[in-house]
Design a protein around this ligand. Structure first.
Ligand code: PEP
Ligand code: MG
Length: 881
């Protein structure tokens, strides 16, 4: 007999055992341990699940013996007997992975009922209706989860009987009618499966446990894990627990509550309660429940006990708790507690207030807030100055505002989203099968369900705006529309939803950019006190620079000057420069660009003063500044057809010739970066002159600047030496012209593997380095980003060749090794030389952690990601102290 322990009674576990017992199992054990009213139960471990899945579908040796031994303990504890005619023990069977996956896995309630034990239950409770209601629910749930028969078949039967008796609610169906329903349910099972609904309660239990294990690999669980980057190998535990009944009358019920508001973070008990209801009724969003505060009026004693229990749980776990409970005949039972999912706004507020309350430390607060999630706080809101005319108001389930075309189907939402269209998914309620549609929608609107319904929980987790339970919205899927009173909104019409207030508007509504709350500022201030990395911004204009400073940037790590070449009034001059036949003509055109560039640099250095600004000299291949070849060909054909002016036609044909001559097989690896500076030195010379003139103007205004002139795509010291010499030559000229002495630095990007291998040489000339990990990833992997991301990276991730998209999350093994080598070699030559990162990875938390570990001086990212980067940099320090 195997000595492995596969089964733990609740009293045998603790909250530390979540890897083995799953989150739900570990917390049920913890609540039992601290003496809260938890119905007895046991947990079958995630290890048992993994062994079961690995074997195909065999329970590892000893599992069943241990489970039935544990079941006997439950019988002893309750005085009931599993499958007994007179006093039956009923259990729930629920999944619970180490990381909570709401709505992803399956639950079975009332297991242990059969044609005989249902009589015992009726007799014992003196409530025949209750007993048959449990049995009906059980058959339906079991048939759905274990036997894979769709709910719709059973729902139809119930609806038919309600219609017959003109009833509105399920709980009004009398016992006799329920018995008929049960008979019809059994016929459905027999027809679908070819066998009778299982009457042997042990067989029911085994089938249920298997189904929970198997559900680890159902489609929606796989999708959820993929979206949330949860390891597929964790497995789920199974919790078997004595039932507490919330459906035994008006002094019963079931609810879900958060110890603080999960949307705003406000310190208030927040939740919903359904009288005379069981289990999943609240979460499923089928009946709209009442707010928890109403429980105070209905069952004041229970409410008081509940409030105290919530407070205890929060103090015990030192975090916001998401709690499920049931009241059976006025008696409170706790069914689950876990750290509650919350919006970014709530996450920040709760963390900061818990520090103020002395519950947690600043370090804990910094580590609690998900750096990636706070990106949501930088989401758009409806402009408060605009007068709105809402057509309906629902529950404000997930903040932020969204506009888009109405879509009623998750598949269509996905398709439209993938095509870059903005859509709002409108549904009566969502289920886990709609997840892929929610991912691609701008927001979600449902007509049913509360703040803890599936749509609300999922949308909050994803940071998508969501309005729930908007009952005025009557959806007519068959006719592709919804109506609110006499307003009809069709599939494809544009609406706006405001997840912060629950309002729904027709058409698009003006929005404003977000600002940082006081709590958020406080948290970021703690982050700044903690982190060692500096956070800079990638910004190309004074406006972006100013925004970056508002978000806390301490410098610009990358100013891409090509964006300045693209602006409207400059493009013709740039084109003239490209079309020039010789250096003299090119210089003439460049002279026209110089004043523009000087003003650009003046503006951006001023906006960022006294912090450093890295100005990168021109990088992209020149054809990017010329019209597209295909459209020019068409234009010429049209001009010929119309017998256009000869001179004009000739000009166009010259342009076409130039485009041909500049066209490259592989522009990403072609004539770009410093290679442009070496073939056309006058371009970089003009840019250097413009930078010097800007610095001098600011110097004369008494403004201190720190300009860093940066050369792109360097691979060898000779390239760097030659270009640095050009820049210094321009400086000498400038000094002669103006008599002014300036301070500036010259350095280089590290974007090519070869550059990383020779930084010891590069450092003899370079005064700073910045990793351009966009290009460095392309050239290390040999992936052309534009082709790879659309075509094969998703397949590579699917096939587990790579874990993440390397353009989003820095590849520590390959690209990271080159970076490590580059840092070591550079600093050997030039001790303490300034090194940073300005590729997009500079705003991604796990990449930022790697940069911290490498000992870089700064990360640079887009202005809107600055707060994320500040927090991630602090977390990197705390995690690696
Ligand atoms: C890079 O290559 O990482 C970089 C920042 O340069 P760009 O994205 O402009 O090529
Ligand atoms: Mg680059």
């Amino acid at each position: 007999m195997s000595s492995t322990k596969w089964v733990y009674l609740f009293e045998e576990g603790t909250s530390d055992m979540r890897g083995l017992l799953g989150g739900k199992g570990a917390n049920l054990a913890e609540m039992t341990r601290i003496g809260l009213p938890v119905p007895p139960g046991f947990t079958i471990t995630t290890e048992a699940c993994n062994a079961y899945l690995a074997s195909g579908s065999d329970f590892p040796e000893g599992t069943l013996d241990q489970a039935f031994a544990a079941l006997q303990k439950l019988e002893a504890a309750t005085g009931k007997k599993f499958g007994d005619k007179a006093n039956p023990l009923l259990v729930s069977v629920r999944s619970g992975a180490a990381i909570s996956m709401p709505g992803m896995m399956d639950t079975i309630l009332n297991l242990g009922l059969n044609d005989e034990s249902v009589l015992g239950l009726a007799e014992l409770t003196g409530d025949e209706r209750f007993a048959y209601d449990c049995y009906r629910r059980f058959i339906q749930m079991f048939s759905n989860v274990v036997l894979d028969i769709e709910h719709a078949h059973f729902d139809e039967v119930v609806e038919k009987h309600k219609r017959k008796l003109s009833l509105i609610f399920d709980y009004e169906i009398p016992a006799k009618e329920l018995q008929e329903i049960i008979s019809e349910y059994k016929v459905i099972v027999k027809q679908a499966k070819g066998f009778e609904f299982p009457q042997d309660v042990k067989e029911q239990l085994l089938m249920a446990i298997k189904a929970v294990f198997d559900s680890w690999n159902n489609q929606r669980a796989i999708v959820y894990r993929k979206i949330n980057k949860i390891d597929d190998s964790l497995g789920t535990a199974v919790n078997v627990q004595c039932m507490a009944f919330g459906n035994m009358g008006q002094d019963c019920g079931t609810g879900v509550a958060f110890t603080r508001n999960p949307s705003t973070g406000e310190k208030e008990l927040y939740g919903e309660f359904l009288v005379n209801a069981q289990g999943e009724d609240v979460v499923a969003g089928i009946r709209t429940p009442m707010p928890i505060s109403k429980l105070k009026e209905e069952l004041p004693g229970v409410y008081q006990q509940f409030v105290e229990t919530c407070q205890n749980l929060e103090n015990h776990y030192r975090d916001l708790q998401d709690i499920e409970f049931t009241v059976e005949k006025g008696r409170l039972f706790m069914l689950q507690t876990r750290n509650g999912k919350r919006t970014a706004r709530a996450s920040v507020r709760v963390a900061v207030e818990m520090v103020n309350e002395g519950l947690i430390t600043k370090e804990e607060a910094l580590l609690r807030v998900d750096a990636e999630q706070i990106n949501q706080l930088l989401h758009r809101q409806i402009d408060p100055g605009v007068k709105l005319e809402p057509i309906a108001v629902g529950l404000p389930a997930s903040p932020g505002a969204a506009s888009g075309k109405v879509v009623f189907d998750a598949d269509l939402a996905e398709k439209a989203g993938q095509n870059g269209e903005k859509v709002v998914l409108v549904r009566a309620e969502t289920t886990p099968d709609d997840i892929h549609g929610i991912v691609y929608a701008q927001g979600v609107l449902t007509s049913r369900g509360g703040m803890t319904s599936h749509a609300a929980v999922v949308a909050r987790g994803m940071g998508k705006p969501c309005v729930c339970g908007c009952e005025a919205v009557k959806i007519d899927v068959n006719n592709g529309c919804f109506s609110v009173n006499d307003i009809v909104v069709k599939d494809g019409d544009i609406i706006t939803i405001d997840g912060a207030t629950g309002r729904v508007m027709l058409g698009e509504v003006p929005m404003i950019e977000p600002t940082l709350s006081d709590d958020f500022e406080k948290l970021l201030q703690w982050a700044d006190e903690t982190k060692t990395l500096t956070v800079r911004a990638n910004a190309d204009t004074p406006v972006d620079a100013a925004r970056a400073r508002e978000f806390g940037a301490e410098g610009i790590g990358l100013c891409r000057t090509e964006h300045m070449f693209m602006a409207q009034e400059r493009l013709p001059i740039v084109q003239e420069m490209i079309m020039a036949e010789n250096r003299e003509d090119r210089e003439k055109a460049l002279a026209g660009l110089l004043p523009f560039q000087r003003d650009d640099f003046y503006g951006i250095l001023k906006a960022m003063a006294p912090y450093p600004v890295t100005i990168r000299l021109l990088d992209p291949p020149l054809h990017e500044f010329l019209p597209d070849r295909e459209s020019l060909l068409l234009e010429i054909a049209e001009m010929k057809h119309q017998h256009a002016d000869e001179k004009l036609l000739l000009e166009k044909e010259e342009l076409l010739k130039k485009i041909h001559s500049l066209s490259e097989a592989n522009p990403m690896l072609g004539h770009r970066g410093c290679r442009l500076g070496l073939t056309y030195p006058e371009i970089y010379r003009m840019q250097a002159r413009a930078i010097f003139e800007a610095i001098l103007l600011l110097k004369n205004e008494g403004i201190k600047t720190e300009a860093e002139i940066e050369l792109p795509l360097i691979m060898d010291i000779t390239e760097l030496s030659m270009l640095k010499a050009e820049i210094l030559d321009v400086y000498e000229e400038f000094k002669k012209d103006t008599g002014a002495e300036l301070e500036f630095a010259v350095g280089t990007m590290l974007e090519l593997p070869r550059a990383c291998l020779v930084t010891d040489e590069l450092a003899t000339e370079a005064e700073f380095f910045s990793f351009g990990t966009n290009d460095l990833t392309q050239t290390t992997f040999g992936f052309s980003r534009d082709d790879a991301e659309g075509k094969f990276i998703p397949v590579y991730i699917e096939k587990k060749i790579i874990k993440d998209n390397p353009f989003a999350v820095l590849d520590r093994k390959g690209v990271g090794s080159l970076m490590r080598m580059a840092v070591e070699k550079a600093r050997k030559t030039r001790e303490g030389v300034l090194m940073g990162i300005c590729g997009e990875h500079g705003g991604e938390p796990s990449s930022i952690e790697f940069c911290h570990l490498l000992g870089l001086n700064y990360v640079s990212c887009s202005p809107y990601r600055i707060p994320v980067a500040r927090l991630a940099a602090a977390q990197a320090r705390l995690k690696n102290k």
